[in-house]
Design a protein around this ligand. Structure first.
Ligand SMILES: Cc1ncc(COP(=O)(O)O)c(C=O)c1O
Length: 388
């Protein structure tokens, strides 16, 4: 019998240490990429079983876990993986930082797109590399890569590494195989390594196809790494845990050696248990989650078109984050953020995602509909206060 999961259930997260719900008042948080839904029961059961067993000793990834990872990526994305292609890492952001030492030296140029999930920029700079950005171009309501600009920047700055975000956060693009092949051709031409953050892969929405970078990288596998995780997909970010995939033996050995420098190559036993059950038994929960998210996205787009028509909305192709151009309401980034906070609804300020985020806001719609409706109503109140 098909179990129906209840994504309408509102669960009070205040006072739990939740990053998203840290407020002492009744602010509605529609910001950080964390969903207000209970984790899939198979994952909770797997963690409970580990606790019931009672011994929480040093734990290694089992063959059953590798099989679960291999099956998920093979059957969903035609990404053929073997155990030797897989490493574990405490998080995708820690892996992004690690890749600086795998592919570059201090001072080298690293390319990212603008806008981009902020750690793409901060990890480059904190590690003493030179941050180079290539702005995405907006047309027909979505972002496009500017290949001519990317090539010019690679040549001008002698770029060594390109950090790709696919699906893209915050713009929601699922880059097509053609777009990724064009990036690959450029990187091959100038010997630039590619690290593809694919953490939003499983949240690809109806009508779009996610292409893992590694499926295109034949002949260039010594320079391509992909990073992903079950934490975003299954809303278990507090568990921590992620994966690094690479197909080239020498490259995997290099990453592994780099991880061992700080002894950061293993996860805690709950992360292993959660990952295995997510990939083996989480498919049905994910299908129902995506249906709920699609409905929330439609609802939000219709609501904004009706009540705040001057906001220019970018329809996401993946995930539950929607990129909003609010420039019709204010010319001041701080004012935009503050006016929403004053109305007790929190969104991410677009400017944190680079210069292209000027006068943009990012809204997270992965919450029970009731909360979303209340948060959107507060947005209307906030913008009405601005009076234009
Ligand atoms: C593109 C992207 N990469 C990485 C992360 C975070 O990954 P982790 O929690 O595994 O460090 C996020 C979280 O929102 C993200 O959007």
């Amino acid at each position: 019998m098909r179990v129906l999961y209840n994504f309408d259930e509102v669960i009070d997260r205040r006072g739990t240490g939740s990053l998203k719900w840290h407020y002492s008042d009744d602010t509605i948080p529609l910001w950080v990429a964390d969903m207000d839904f209970k984790a899939a029961p198979p994952i909770l059961n797997a963690i409970e079983q580990a606790v019931q067993h009672g011994i929480l000793g040093y734990t290694k990834p089992t063959d059953a876990l590798y099989d679960a990872i291999i099956e998920w990526h093979g059957s969903r994305y035609e990404l053929p993986l073997a155990k030797e292609n897989i490493l574990f890492s405490p998080g995708v952001v820690p892996s992004l930082a690690l890749m600086m030492n795998v592919f570059t030296e201090v001072g080298d140029a690293v390319l990212v797109n603008d806008p981009i999930y902020a750690p793409f920029m901060s990890k480059v700079e904190q590690n003493g590399r030179t941050l180079i950005t290539s702005s995405l171009q907006e047309s027909e309501g979505k972002y496009h890569l500017d290949l001519a600009d990317i090539e010019a920047k690679i040549i001008e700055h002698d770029v060594k590494l390109y950090l790709v975000c696919n699906p893209h956060n915050p713009g929601g693009r699922v880059w097509t195989a053609d777009e990724l092949n064009a990036v690959l051709d450029l990187c091959k031409k100038y010997d630039v390594a590619i690290v593809s953050d694919e953490i939003h892969q499983d949240l690809t929405l109806r009508g779009h196809t996610f292409t893992p970078f590694l499926t295109l990288a034949q002949g260039y596998e010594h320079k391509v790494v992909s990073l992903t995780s079950m934490t975003k997909t299954f809303n278990i970010a507090g568990i921590k845990g992620s994966l690094i995939f690479a197909k080239d033996v020498a490259l995997i050995e290099k990453i592994d050696a780099q991880q061992h420098l700080n002894d950061e190559y293993e996860l805690n036993m709950f992360a292993y248990a959660a990952m295995q059950s997510a990939y083996n038994e989480g498919g049905e929960w994910l299908a129902q989650l995506l249906a709920y998210i699609e409905d929330n996205i439609e609802f939000t787009l219709e609501f904004l078109a009706d009540k705040l028509p001057k906001i220019k909305v970018m329809r996401p192709e993946a995930s539950y984050l929607i990129w909003l151009d609010c420039s019709a309401y204010s010319q001041d980034d701080e004012q935009l953020y503050d006016i929403l906070r004053a109305a007790k609804v929190e969104l991410n300020a677009g400017i944190k995602y680079g210069e292209e985020g000027h006068l943009k806001m990012r809204i997270n719609v992965a919450c029970p509909r009731m909360l979303l409706e209340a948060g959107l109503a507060r947005m209307v109140m906030a913008f009405e206060r601005l009076g234009n």
